[in-house]
Design a protein around this ligand. Structure first.
Ligand SMILES: *Cc1c(COP(=O)(O)O)cnc(C)c1O
Length: 432
């Protein structure tokens, strides 16, 4: 399996090179040259098959021969150490809870998988130490920090916007130590992402260190997210005929992985991109014009993205054909006020505790189902406890703080404070 750059000005590479480089030399995202389909037998056995076996079959074509079978199996079993339960919320609506991992974010799967791939590729001594440089709007940081903690040969530098992530999120990325380094940026998430991009283009930095990204730009973080959709099918009620997924979306890695799962043969009838007021994709679906926006801060901060990096992959998957894409994808955007009232009504009417991102997924699904009959699954992408500071009081009081979070709360935060790119440059040259 080869990967090409979506900017078409870089050589094709293997999975291994795509993982190590993160992004192609021409700054394009890597995309698989062809998408393998899964056999009829695979789908016949899907409902009863073992989870790890499913994941192995789904991903092996993308990995090719860069990982021995036994290593890939081990990586999968170390990645999938928690459950992905589907919880019924209404008659024809269920939540697929992706947040039961160590940092309570769905990103745990991608981060754990990528860390282990990179760890394996790095055993080979011809490679120097790799530095994972990543910007986070909240959830990526914790998942990457936990996933990469203590992985030999890998240093991790995480940039996050000061005051714009929740307390728990900040603790998750600033208290681990060892090979995990937090950089607190006076600015927005976009500023963090801009600094990361600049570092990747800075010859002084790239001469001194081998940089890679652990955002969903990296194929090893992006592709394992396909698993969720297969695990969902294992848990669907028998009467579910047409199945639609509503995916709370920021950088569009998760929803794009779902679309890949469909391309592999999983019978998903439609996708719904659920967003906060950062609605560049819902707007695109209305007008056909893709116009990046300034990021607006919301209570669903992991989706505060004005120019989603994976949207180019979605377009590639649909042959850059707006009409074909629209057949498979709808998009709806919601304000903080609508999100808060959905949180309350989910709790009062359905005894379901959602987080702000999941609540937006629910709202978008409801809207879609007003016009159509289908069985809807919204993805619950984070545990509500991570957003205590923004939840309506009635809800935040009712949420029990899980033990692994209680343990980090008293720990002391350690972060390097910066406000300019040249400070990041200095930091990367002298630290970590
Ligand atoms: C990252 C994240 C999202 C957005 O996922 P994308 O793959 O970037 O679209 C949604 N919800 C939560 C809680 C997240 O952490």
């Amino acid at each position: 399996m080869k990967y090409y750059s979506l900017h078409h000005k870089a050589p094709m590479v293997s999975f291994r090179e795509a993982v190590i480089q993160g992004i192609a030399p021409d700054r394009g995202l890597y995309f698989p040259k062809e998408i393998p389909t899964l056999s009829a037998e695979f789908f016949q056995q899907l409902l009863t098959a073992d989870r790890n076996e499913i994941a192995f079959e789904v991903i092996r074509g993308f990995v090719g021969d860069t990982l021995p079978k036994s290593v890939l199996k081990k990586i999968i079993s170390e990645t999938l150490v928690f459950d992905f339960p589907m919880v019924s919320v209404e008659n024809n609506i269920s939540a697929l809870e992706l947040y039961h991992g160590p940092t309570l974010a769905f990103k745990d799967v991608g981060a754990r998988f990528m860390a282990r791939c990179l760890g394996y590729f790095n055993q080979d001594t011809s490679h120097e130490k790799v530095t994972v440089l990543v910007a986070t709007s909240g959830d990526t940081g914790g998942a990457v920090a936990d996933g990469f903690y203590d992985v030999p040969g890998v240093e991790v530098v995480i940039l996050y916007p000061s005051g714009k992530v929740s307390d728990i999120q900040e603790k998750q990325l600033t208290t681990l130590g060892k090979n995990i380094h937090a950089v607190e940026v006076a600015g927005s998430f976009d500023d963090c992402q801009e600094m990361v991009k600049q570092a990747f283009l800075d010859p002084i930095i790239t001469k001194a260190r081998t940089l890679t990204s652990a955002n969903s730009i990296n194929v090893a973080r992006w592709l394992p997210q396909m698993f969720y959709y297969f695990f969902a099918f294992q848990q669907l009620p028998k009467e579910a005929a047409e199945v639609v997924f509503s995916v709370p979306s920021g950088n569009y890695g998760n929803i794009c992985a779902g679309m890949m799962a469909k391309r592999l043969g999983l019978p998903i009838s439609h996708f719904i991109a659920a967003t906060n007021v950062n609605d560049v994709v819902p707007q695109y679906l209305l007008s056909g014009a893709y116009q990046p926006q300034q990021t607006k801060a919301t209570i669903a901060n992991a989706m505060d993205v004005g120019d989603p990096s994976n949207f180019i992959r979605i377009q590639a998957l649909y042959g850059n054909n707006y009409h074909r894409l629209k057949e498979d994808l709808s998009g709806f955007a919601f304000t903080d006020e609508q999100t808060r009232s959905a949180l309350v009504s989910l709790y009062r009417a359905h005894s379901y505790q959602a987080d702000p991102h999941g609540a937006i997924g629910y709202l978008a699904l409801q809207k879609y189902l007003q016009e159509r009959e289908a069985f809807g699954v919204f993805l619950e992408t984070a545990h509500p406890v991570k957003f205590l500071d923004v939840l309506p009081e009635a809800l935040s009081e009712a949420i029990a703080i899980p033990e692994n979070i209680q343990r980090i709360l008293p720990k002391k935060k350690k972060a390097e404070k910066i406000s300019t790119y040249s400070q990041l440059n200095d930091y990367l040259l002298t630290n970590a």
